[in-house]
Design a protein. Sequence first.
Length: 195
Amino acid sequence: MARDFYWVRLGDVPQWLLETPTRGSGEAFDEPWMFADGRVLDEPGEMKALIATAGKRRAFVFSVIERAPIASQAIANVFRALAPNDVQLFPVMVEGEADPFFVVNATKVIDCIDEARCREVHHADEDDSSPDHEGEYQWIYGLRIDPSKTEGAHVFRPRKFKTAFIVSEDVKNALEGVGNLGVSFERVTGAPESH
């Protein structure tokens, strides 16, 4: 039986907005997008995240610019239990919060996009594309992946569209079980949804 997967996105709910994590000193990382790049990272050391816009504290959110996944202890425990080989969890101090939070770094990039079943695909502009991003997607509406190509992963980013943070249905259900999420889930398997 094919497994279902979901694109985790910033939810349309009242919530706080967090800045991209920085070093504990406040200095930006050389690659502030690294937590959305789908690769194993060296231990970044002490980190902090400032609150960009005050609002309802949520257990799982994405930072406002580089979209780093930031999770409470309970959410981190879900990833630790269900996807230990697919993520790294790095402690991050959130401004004004005593409770621990973690950056969830998806370490796998998988070539699994089913372009023919996506609703609308926009390729990066060939005239403007740097060699580093050759063949990548600028944006995909109605993203669809082939679950048979997910290599048993529960958390990953799709090759050529690493902006998407994908989780298995097991992870989605466990995250929803924790609750108080600042994210939503868009199914990326099965028949395309008509609009």
